[in-house]
Write a protein that binds this ligand. Structure first.
Ligand SMILES: C[S@@+](CC[C@H](N)C(=O)[O-])C[C@H]1O[C@@H](n2cnc3c(N)ncnc32)[C@H](O)[C@@H]1O
Length: 380
């Protein structure tokens, strides 16, 4: 069976490595997606275990169109009763980039009619549309004249892990946080510090990785559980097998933040993820922190500056550079931000640069090796 795992821009390679380690075959990266092959048990496993997938689609048909009518004809030929009954509800997510459709919603309406009519012709009844809680979520992708129709096996996006119920302003997407950590090459033997941890997303994702806790463990629901052919015994077996890998790790993870309220949120989220023993949290201004491991990793996701005066945000970024240089010598620091102007005030020369997206926001992720003399110029 062919599947498509969707991800955030910039994490395609990390996701393809994850998929290979989960047993996927014929893995190919695409734009914000990775194509792979496997069986139903792999589909369940990827939903439960992949840290950098946003959702997993199962393509059920693809065909070319020369007009709008061809979408209706192609959609009517699919044996929809393999996937749903007239009593079920469904919803369609259209992703359209085609000269045949100026309006994305219109393509979705055509496919909806094709599904409804094919059921009505066979049974006299038709499934109804429910956009808030559908039993089956259909993904309609049209690129020029190529239509691909898939069923979304996740439905609720996989970044919604379930542990983050309290969040500070501008939290990182959980998939992005996991992706940054996997991309960084961090090994659990090295101390990990997030000195602007907000709701704790980076420390928690690192803790899940270190303790081999599947990211799906806290979720109540995956879309495939509502499929007609859902094999509950198989899913229970996969969960048991994956959960049996969970172990205590000697990992040292520290999170801190200048806001006491935010630290309280982070503590509640860490407790929900079952990681209170692995992650220490405290209130602190970053400028007062010192590294406790000169081979440690520091992950920084500073404010982007939307709610702060430009001079203040520049001073904050300058303080980050100075603190890294003086208090975190020897460490490897990774910083992600969308504020490219303020970034110049860090004053450190990056070793690596990656473009990533936090939701719709374009960000840059920079790696700094904090050996002596890295800072280009000292700010007074
Ligand atoms: C973009 S948010 C971090 C979001 C976090 N990664 C999450 O997923 O929730 C930036 C955080 O930096 C904190 N912060 C701002 N200035 C700080 C400073 N001088 N020292 C420590 N934390 C600071 C803010 O309180 C805020 O929680």
């Amino acid at each position: 069976m062919r599947f498509v795992a969707k991800t955030l821009y910039g994490l395609e390679k990390v996701l393809s490595e994850e998929l290979i380690s989960l047993g996927a075959a014929n893995v190919q990266t695409a734009n914000r997606a990775v194509l792979f092959e496997g069986d139903m048990s792999l589909l369940y496993r990827v939903n439960y275990c992949a840290r950098t997938a946003l959702s997993v689609l199962m393509p059920i048909d693809d065909f070319r169109i020369r007009s709008k009518d061809d979408l209706y004809k192609g959609g009517s030929k699919i044996e929809w009763d393999r996937f749903m009954d007239p009593d079920d509800t469904f919803s369609i997510v259209p992703v359209i980039n085609s000269p045949h459709f100026g309006h994305t919603g219109y393509a979705g309406l055509i496919l909806k009619d094709a599904i409804a009519d094919s059921f009505r012709n066979k049974t006299g009844r038709r499934p109804s549309v429910d956009t808030t809680n559908p039993r089956i979520l259909i993904n309609l992708h049209i690129s020029n004249d190529l239509v691909t129709i898939s069923i979304d096996s996740s439905v609720v996006p996989l970044f919604k892990r379930g542990y983050r119920q309290e969040q500070s302003m501008a939290p990182l997407n959980e998939v992005l946080a996991a992706g940054i950590i996997l991309l960084s090459g961090w090994k659990v033997s090295a101390t990990l510090t997030d000195p602007m941890c907000g709701s704790g997303t980076i420390p928690i994702e690192a803790g899940l990785i270190a303790c081999k806790i599947p990211p799906g463990k806290f979720r109540q629901f995956f879309g495939f559980q509502r499929w007609k052919d859902f094999n509950e015994d198989l899913f229970e077996k996969i969960k048991l097998e994956c959960n049996s890998q969970i172990g205590l790790s000697p990992v040292k993870i520290f999170g801190s933040d200048i806001s006491e309220q935010t630290i309280q949120y982070a503590k509640a989220n860490v407790a929900r993820a079952g990681l209170s023993d692995a992650i220490s949290l405290e209130m602190s201004d970053f400028k007062n922190l010192r590294s406790i491991d000169d081979r440690g990793y520091v992950f920084l996701n500073p404010p982007y500056g939307q709610r702060i005066q430009p001079e203040e945000i520049d001073l904050l970024y300058s303080m980050i550079g100075t603190t890294l240089k003086h208090n975190f010598t020897g460490t490897t620091a990774w910083l992600i931000t969308s504020n490219k102007e303020s970034l110049k005030h860090v004053g450190l020369k990056p070793k690596e640069k990656h473009i990533l997206f936090n939701g719709a926001l374009e960000c840059v992720l920079l790696k700094y090796e904090m050996y002596q003399g890295t800072k280009k110029q000292e700010k007074s």
